[in-house]
Design a protein around this ligand. Structure first.
Ligand SMILES: Cc1cc2nc3c(=O)[nH]c(=O)nc-3n(C[C@H](O)[C@H](O)[C@H](O)COP(=O)(O)O)c2cc1C
Ligand SMILES: [Fe+2]
Ligand SMILES: [Fe+2]
Length: 395
C-alpha cells in the first residue's frame, strides 16, 4: 500500500490515521453523509515512541504503512488506548503483533476491555490514572481520566511540551474531508450531530471533562475523528454550551403519518409555532436522518411528537424515535403529542408511557378521531400558543 499523507501536526507528532471516504453508517444506525476518519498519531521522543489510538478494523495495513514513514513499526514502545471502541482500538492486535515489546497504556477499565475485545495479555498492559505521565525523552504524555466520553473506560492524553490534546471521540466529528477544522467551511452542524449522537447522554460527565482540561495550555486538539483543531477555543466553546444543556427558542418536530391526518395536524402546529417566531426543525420519520434529529435535539427546548394509532399503540417508527429521544437524554423541557386514530386509539397513552420517565413536561396532547376538523385546528393553535409561552418563558 502506498501512502503519502503523514502530516506532522507539531514537532515530532504525526497523523498516521486513515480516511474512510465511503463509510455511510455508524453503529449500524447513524448516517455518515461525508464518511469519517480514524485518527491515530505517532509521538516521537528522543528515547521512546508512542502510538496514540489506532484505526477501524480493515485499515490495519494503511495504519502500518503510515507509521513506517515516520517510525520503526516494529519498535513502538507504547500504544495508548484512549478508548476501547473498535473504530479506534480495532487495529491494536495488529500493532501489538508488529511491535512485540510495546506496552498498551490505558485506564483500569480500558485494561479489562483490551483483554476481552483484543486479547491483549495483562503483562503487556500499563494501567494509568489521572495525572500519571510517561516520559518519551523530551516529550511527556500526561493522562486525564475522562469517563463516558464515550464509554466508561475513556481517557484523554495530553502532550505537555507540544501542547496537544488527544481526546479521542470528545471534540471530534465525522467527515473524511479536510485536515484542519478551519479548512471546513461550516463544521458546526457536523460537530453538533456527533455530540448529539454519542456524547449528549453523558452531558454532566462532559462538563467534568471540560473542567479537567480547562487549565491546560492547548495549541492543538487532535481528536480521533475528523479534522484537527488549530483554534481550540472554537470547538471548546461549542462543547461548553452543549454540555451545559443550553437550549434555544427551538422546537424539534418528529412525526409519521399514514393517511395524512396526523401530518395535517403537525403542519398546523408548525405554522402556529413559526408565526410566533419559534425556530422549528421537522423530521418526517419515513425518511429522517437520525444524525440530523440528534443534532436538533442538542439545542431544542421543545418537542412535538406526531403519530397515528397503529394496532393499539404508536406507529412503530414513532416508538423507535421516542425511544431514541429518551435514550439520548436531550435537554428538552416541553413536549406536545398530536395523534389521529380510527377507532379505539392508544397512541397518546403509549407516548405518555414512554416519555413519562423523562424530564419533559407534556404541555398537552390532541387526539383526533379521523382527520382534523376546524375545532381540532383551533385546539392545535391554542396548544401551539401554550407551547410558545412555555418556550419563551412566559408561562
Ligand atoms: C395498519 C393500521 C393499523 C391501525 N390500527 C389502529 C388501532 O389499533 N386503533 C385505532 O384506533 N386506529 C388504528 N388505525 C387507524 C388509524 O389510526 C387512523 O386511520 C388514523 O386516522 C391514521 O392517521 P394518519 O392519517 O396520520 O395516518 C390503524 C390504521 C392502519 C393503517
Ligand atoms: Fe466511541
Ligand atoms: Fe469513535
Amino acid at each position: 500500500m502506498q501512502v503519502y499523507d503523514i502530516r506532522e501536526i507539531s514537532g515530532g507528532v504525526y497523523w498516521v490515521g486513515a480516511r474512510d471516504w465511503n463509510r455511510r453508517l455508524f453503529d449500524a444506525l447513524i448516517p455518515l453523509p461525508q464518511g469519517t476518519t480514524y485518527n491515530a498519531y505517532v509521538v516521537r521522543g528522543s528515547e521512546k515512541t508512542a502510538l496514540i489510538d489506532t484505526v477501524n478494523p480493515g485499515f490495519e495495513e494503511e495504519l502500518e504503512a503510515r507509521i513506517r514513514l515516520v517510525a520503526d513499526a516494529e519498535g513502538l514502545d507504547y500504544v495508548v488506548m484512549n478508548h476501547a471502541e473498535p473504530d479506534h482500538a480495532g487495529a491494536i492486535p495488529h500493532v501489538m503483533k508488529l511491535s512485540k515489546d510495546a506496552s498498551l497504556v490505558t485506564t483500569e477499565k480500558g485494561a479489562k476491555m483490551a483483554q476481552i475485545y483484543f486479547g491483549v495479555p495483562q503483562e503487556r498492559i500499563i494501567i494509568v490514572n489521572d495525572d500519571d505521565t510517561i516520559d518519551l525523552g523530551g516529550k511527556t504524555l500526561k493522562f486525564i481520566e475522562a469517563p463516558w466520553q464515550h464509554w466508561p473506560e475513556t481517557m484523554f492524553t495530553y502532550l505537555v511540551e507540544n501542547k496537544v490534546l488527544f481526546p479521542c471521540d470528545f471534540l471530534g466529528f465525522h467527515t473524511a474531508y479536510g485536515s484542519y477544522g478551519d479548512e471546513i467551511e461550516e463544521f458546526v452542524p457536523f460537530a453538533q450531530r456527533f455530540f448529539g449522537e454519542i456524547l449528549m447522554p453523558f452531558r454532566k460527565m462532559g462538563q467534568k471533562a471540560l473542567e479537567k482540561i480547562e487549565a491546560l495550555d492547548i495549541e492543538f486538539i487532535a481528536p480521533s475523528h475528523g479534522p484537527i483543531h488549530r483554534d481550540p477555543e472554537r470547538i471548546l466553546n461549542l462543547y461548553r454550551t452543549w454540555t451545559a444543556g443550553d437550549t434555544r427558542e427551538k422546537v424539534v418536530v418528529v412525526y409519521v403519518s399514514m393517511w395524512n391526518s396526523t401530518e395535517a395536524m403537525i403542519k398546523a402546529m408548525v405554522d402556529s409555532l413559526m408565526a410566533e417566531g419559534i425556530e422549528v426543525s421537522l423530521h418526517n420519520l419515513v425518511n429522517a436522518d437520525l444524525g440530523d434529529l440528534a443534532r436538533d435535539l442538542v439545542d431544542s427546548r421543545g418537542i412535538v411528537l406526531g403519530t397515528p394509532t397503529v394496532l393499539g399503540g404508536m406507529h412503530p417508527l414513532a416508538i423507535y424515535a421516542a425511544h431514541l429521544v429518551k435514550a439520548l437524554r436531550p435537554p428538552l423541557k416541553y413536549g406536545v403529542v398530536l395523534s389521529s386514530y380510527g377507532w379505539g386509539g392508544g397512541a397518546v397513552k403509549q407516548a405518555a408511557e414512554i416519555l413519562g420517565p423523562t424530564k419533559i413536561e407534556v404541555v398537552g396532547a390532541v387526539d383526533v378521531h379521523g382527520p382534523p376538523t376546524d375545532d381540532v385546528y383551533q385546539q392545535i393553535a391554542d396548544l401551539g400558543k401554550q407551547l410558545t409561552d412555555k418556550i419563551k418563558g412566559q408561562a
